[in-house]
Design a binder for this molecule. Structure first.
Ligand SMILES: N[C@@H](CCC(=O)N[C@@H](CS)C(=O)NCC(=O)O)C(=O)O
Length: 242
């Protein structure tokens, strides 16, 4: 059986990492038997990150590599998409992982009121005595990364302006479809909806959460994706290469 090494869930999501939820959705779409193995500390993992897929004695880190590994088994997560649609899907996933994902991380870790909840949920397994110094250090590291990457250098209104453009692009692609590329979920939905879901479910009202909650079409889209491909959903009928 395939095993997904993943962070546990929080704030209503099956994992607190959108990349772990993306991998869960891909596995769920596949309809094969798989099980989660929850971890809190990824430092011993191949890239020191989660998710990691365990397939026999192989460890596959990175959600994109997990997708490629599953595709190599003959599954097509983008069945029926034209070459242009595949290119658009790729661009939207990259946009989400470079933009919206970093806004999520920023609002979870660097907004003080939100951080109280993030710390309590993400680090509840860490003994209380060392939780303070450990999480202070981790938060410092995230702040440096967010400064280097740029998200933390912007004002809140600038971040929201950037976010709006990403949401406009996603909304335009969604149009009247149920999923981003039609009436069936594809790999792009597995990657993008978990990020939106986690922004919608930030524990406090940040400008990003407020903006996304006002976007009815995208809010309803996230519910459709979670009903269709989050763990527990029925497998989607995927085409398998001959
Ligand atoms: N590009 C990777 C990104 C995975 C990633 O950044 N995971 C984060 C959690 S969202 C992680 O494990 N960070 C290290 C940590 O939390 O210690 C993927 O697509 O899987």
């Amino acid at each position: 059986m395939l095993t997904l090494l993943t962070f546990p869930g929080s704030f209503g999501a099956p994992s607190h990492s959108p990349y772990c939820v993306k991998a869960m959705c891909l596995l769920q779409m596949l309809g094969l038997n798989w099980q989660p193995e929850y971890m809190h500390d990824p430092r011993k993992m191949p890239l020191s990150r989660l998710p990691v897929l365990k397939d026999g004695d192989q460890l596959i880190p990175d959600s994109a590599h997990i997708q490629m590994h599953l595709e190599a088994k003959g599954v097509d997560f983008n069945a029926g998409l034209s070459e242009l649609e595949k290119a658009q899907a790729h661009a939207l996933v990259q946009m989400t992982e470079a933009g919206l994902y970093n806004i999520l991380v920023h609002d979870r870790w660097l907004v003080d009121a939100s951080w109280e909840h993030t710390r309590a949920k993400f680090f509840k397994a860490i003994p209380w005595l060392i939780r303070g110094p450990l999480t202070r250090n981790l938060r410092k590291g995230i702040r440096s990364k967010m400064m280097a990457q740029g998200t933390a250098q912007f004002s809140e209104s600038e971040r929201v302006e950037h976010m709006k453009r990403d949401l406009v692009a996603l909304s335009a692609q969604l149009g009247e479809f149920a999923f981003l590329f039609g009436d069936a979920p594809t790999a792009a939905d597995a990657a993008i909806a978990p990020v939106l879901d986690m922004i919608l479910n930030l524990p406090v009202e940040t400008a990003a959460r407020c903006l996304l909650r006002s976007w009815d079409g995208l809010t309803a889209y996230v519910v459709r994706v979670s009903d269709a491909i989050y763990p527990g959903a029925q497998p989607v009928k995927l085409s398998v290469a001959a």
